[in-house]
Ligand binder design. Structure first.
Ligand SMILES: Nc1ncnc2c1ncn2[C@@H]1O[C@H](COP(=O)(O)OP(=O)(O)OP(=O)(O)O)[C@@H](O)[C@H]1O
Ligand SMILES: [Mg+2]
Length: 258
């Protein structure tokens, strides 16, 4: 089993969109996928047309002391979804306290799901430092740092690197991290300049770029995977390339481990 978290210090860079589209792209390539929403916004389910009442969600299941098995949903797109759920404010606070008290709870809860060994688990996280982010970093084999190609995202890199240092690097079981630059708009010079700077700095850790494409919000509004909504659009092609490279990353790690 491989656990991949999608993280960012800054909000609104596309973590949830990328998590959903990567999960579906991986599932379509034949990999068993579970995508988990660790964000109290509970927005990941919107990409899968799952209603907030369809399940109790992971926060309430954890508070009730039951396995997350019953909170998992099968989606029509081929991957399984574990939503955060519509927890009340007091439940959210209790759940966060529980996570603070048990720093490995996420990892252990995923292990208890007894997923097939070739499953890829994708974790969507809220922006910035939080108990969800530390749990996700502690549980992950691979971390994908999502960014926009702008100065504000670039400025958050030292924070992400210090969190990686604290929770991932040198931890047994941690494989690697990579950068996922989203919403690239090559028609804007500043955007292209920052993107160029980032690619120089990230080197082999840079995943293929995802361009800004109206097809992404349109696909979501139609409850569709961007690759189904418009298979020839830029974002669909980009997601295909990202999926292929993520698969390479996972297989490369397996070869190194063997
Ligand atoms: N490549 C893209 N092209 C166009 N729009 C995009 C792209 N990626 C994401 N978006 C849009 O950007 C907005 C923010 O995306 P999303 O909610 O996935 O970000 P997020 O990082 O999960 O936000 P948060 O930090 O609040 O969790 C959404 O409206 C989404 O449709
Ligand atoms: Mg999000």
């Amino acid at each position: 089993m491989k656990i991949i978290s999608i993280v960012s210090a800054k909000g609104g860079v596309g973590k949830t969109t990328l998590s959903a589209n990567l999960a579906i792209a991986l599932a379509r390539s034949g990999v068993p996928v579970l995508v988990i929403d660790l964000d109290p916004q509970d927005a990941l389910r919107l990409h899968f047309s799952a209603s907030s009442t369809a399940t109790q969600g992971l926060a309430r299941a954890a508070l009730a002391g039951v396995t997350w098995q019953d909170a998992m949903l099968n989606t029509s797109s081929g991957c399984r979804l574990l939503p955060y759920g519509s927890a009340k404010e007091s439940e959210r606070m209790d759940f966060e306290q529980m996570l603070r008290d048990h720093p490995r709870q996420l990892r252990e809860s995923i292990a208890r799901l007894n997923l097939p060994t070739d499953t890829v688990v994708i974790l969507d996280t809220p922006p910035g430092p939080s108990v969800y982010l530390s749990q996700a970093l502690t549980a992950s084999n691979t971390v994908l740092i999502a960014l926009l190609s702008d100065a504000a995202s670039y400025a958050t890199l030292p924070l992400m690197h210090s969190l990686l240092q604290q929770y991932c690097l040198n931890r047994p079981g941690f494989d690697n991290y990579a950068y996922l630059v989203n919403q690239v708009d090559n028609s804007r010079q500043l955007n292209s300049d920052v993107e160029h700077l980032m690619r120089m700095q990230f080197g082999a850790r840079a995943l293929p770029l995802v361009h800004q494409d109206q097809a992404i919000p349109e696909a979501m509004a139609c409850n569709q995977f961007v690759g189904d909504y418009d298979p020839l659009c830029r974002a669909a092609q980009d997601m295909k390339a990202v999926c292929a490279q993520v698969l390479d990353l996972i297989r490369l790690n397996d070869r190194v481990a063997a």
